[in-house]
Design a protein around this ligand. Structure first.
Ligand code: ADP
Ligand code: MG
Length: 570
């Protein structure tokens, strides 16, 4: 007869339900659990902050469609993870969080790291499912439910709570009931009439536009969406993480004419994207007042949100898009290049590309964003996974760093969370190691964004993750101040009153963090230094590289037609 403790029961249940990776930080009462996970055959990645661990775990969920675990200690450990849980929930990514908690006989009398209300209640707003198994025998059932709920319907977060006494309790393994594993996702098919309505609208459109969201990436609908675009010649735009479902290099990509395309389209086919701030709520002035939206989403609750859709379809994207493509092919529908709409879009794309090209050729130092990204893009392997965050770094990088493949861009996402980058990169590098070993991970960070989780480079060194971290360093948040002004501020007697809140230390040598590990860092101020550093770093296979690129503290974005986020018509 085999006697096991709660750690072993939980670890085996997670493995049985398909959890392959757990990220976290151990401490009371989950130290033995970390080891039990490894004994059960699960990868355990010890991180330096629970928030970063939680970001890493959810990126695995997005990249594989299967949730990873995030393991945290009681009280503050779980609370640190809430930032990550909120981010996963808002982005609709599957994730399982496992929290240790104070022993039950210390509850109510001020147990070590005890929370009031309980951790199950505290976690609930960030979850689809939050529970504490009532006994060791019930652990496998709750783990199955947690995994299933994280994936079914709209993906999201599950939290399971384990008091110290439960993890330490023992039971004979033959008393643990066998637990089924749920089948893969139930197929949700579209209403046939809605597909007909969609076809009719699309075929009658004068200025059609397809918008590809990260729901299409998550749904693994790339073959269907590419088929749709290629066979119909419809113009498309991708949202930030929808990039790559259809290659950014496709001639049908009207990303460079984004504002015009949104503003003038008469029919929008919305594939797995919400009409939230990223898509300007689907409203005027960013869209035509009478735009007709064909919306496809996995959950009914999202349909007709913010504006009323002309056709609202609850369906898995693969299924709905393949039906639409088949029908359009039967009708030999093709939106030819001779159409006025295509001419308008192409002209705008060409004009905008030329404007960017001019800035990108300016190699005077300190460099500007466009020059930096242009030269990075020239060297990056086409199939690399790009992680990106920061304000200007992410916004400008999104338009200049191209994605050829789906799920190859990870960024601050729907929640606009800064600090996600290093955790995402760690997950992406592990994903590559086990599933796509020929690929590289490049993490393009603003200097402020890097600061949130910079210590995770130790994690990257420890697990030999060959991540290329590029810090686009403007010595500030949005912008910094130049050297002379910075020195003046530093010598003033009222440093906290006069340092602009957006300012960070001038020209910080972030690359020297690599010296802590006897590794080389790169400090770049010119284009040729960037090229050399990037080429060298892409060949490193045994750990991370840091390339610190100094740009002008006052480098800015090109002027935009619409002020970002500031306009409001509500
Ligand atoms: P983006 O960031 O690209 O704008 P969002 O995160 O706002 O994308 O929207 C993604 C949408 O995709 C969500 O509303 C989600 O419910 C939906 N979704 C997720 N998986 C699927 C799927 N398999 N089929 C259809 N829609 C999906
Ligand atoms: Mg900055």
């Amino acid at each position: 007869m085999e006697e096991v403790d709660g750690n072993v029961v939980l670890a085996r249940a997670l493995k049985e339900q398909g959890v392959e990776f757990v990220f976290g930080i151990v401490g009371f009462p989950v130290i033995e659990l970390g080891m039990a996970l490894q004994t059960a055959g699960i990868h355990f990645i010890g991180m330096r902050n629970e928030q970063a661990a939680c970001y890493a775990a959810q990126a695995i969920g997005y990249l594989t469609g299967n949730p990873a675990g995030c393991l945290v200690v009681s009280g503050p450990g779980l609370i640190h993870a809430f930032g990550g849980m909120a981010n996963a929930q808002v982005n609709c990514w599957p994730l399982i969080v496992i929290g240790g908690s104070a022993p039950q006989d210390h509850e109510g009398i001020g147990g070590f790291q005890e929370t009031v209300p309980t951790q199950v209640e505290l976690a609930r707003p960030y979850c689809k499912y939050s529970a504490r198994p009532a006994s060791l025998k019930l652990i496998p059932m709750h783990v199955e439910k947690a995994v299933r709920l994280s994936k079914y319907g709209r993906p999201g977060v599950s939290y399971l709570d384990f008091p110290g006494n439960m993890l330490a309790a023992r039971i004979s393994s033959n008393e643990i009931p066998a637990q089924y594993t749920s089948p893969e996702l139930p197929l949700i098919l579209p209403n046939p009439q809605s597909i007909e309505d969609a076809i009719k609208l699309l075929m009658g459109a004068e200025r059609p536009l397809v918008i590809v969201g990260k729901g299409a990436a998550y749904a693994r609908a790339e073959n269907e969406v590419v088929d749709l675009i290629e066979s119909t010649n419809l113009p498309f735009l991708a949202t930030p993480m929808g990039k790559g479902v259809v290659s950014d290099n496709s001639s049908k990509n009207v990303g460079p004419a984004r504002s015009l395309a949104l503003q003038k389209a008469d029919v929008v086919l919305l594939l797995g994207a919400r009409l939230n701030w990223i898509l300007h709520f689907g409203r005027e002035p960013r869209y035509a007042p009478d735009v007709k939206v064909i919306q496809i989403d996995i959950i009914a609750e999202e349909l007709n949100n913010s504006i009323k859709s002309a056709v609202a379809i609850q369906s898995d994207l693969k299924a709905a898009v393949s039906q639409i493509v088949e029908k359009l092919k039967l009708k030999r529908f093709n939106f030819g290049n001779e159409k006025q709409w295509w001419k308008q879009l192409k002209m705008k794309c060409d004009g905008n590309r030329k404007g960017v090209q001019a800035s990108a050729m300016d190699t005077s130092t300190p460099l500007n964003y466009y020059t930096v990204f242009h030269h990075i893009q020239e060297i990056l392997p086409k199939n690399c996974i790009i992680v990106s965050e920061g304000a200007n770094t992410m916004d400008i990088g999104r338009t200049m760093l191209l994605n050829d493949l789906p799920r190859h861009r990870l960024d601050a996402g729907t929640f606009g969370t800064m600090g996600v980058g290093l955790g995402f990169a760690i997950a992406a590098a592990l994903y590559c190691r086990y599933y796509e070993p020929t690929k590289k991970v490049v993490c393009v960070e603003g200097d402020s964004a890097f600061g949130f989780s910079g210590m995770e480079i130790e994690t990257m060194v420890r697990y030999k993750l060959p991540i290329v971290i590029i810090i686009v360093n403007n010595s500030g948040i949005y912008s910094g101040v130049d050297k002379e002004l910075y020195e003046e501020i530093q010598s003033s007697g009222e440093i906290t009153k006069v340092t602009p809140p957006t300012t960070l230390n001038y020209s910080t040598k972030y690359e020297t963090m690599m010296h802590m590990f006897n590794r080389k860092g790169h400090f770049c101020q010119t284009v040729s230094e960037i090229q050399d550093a990037l080429k060298e770093s892409l060949n490193v296979t045994d750990g991370p590289s840091v390339i610190n690129i100094i740009i002008s503290p006052t480098a800015d974005r090109k002027p935009q037609t619409f002020a970002w986020l500031t306009e409001s018509k509500l």
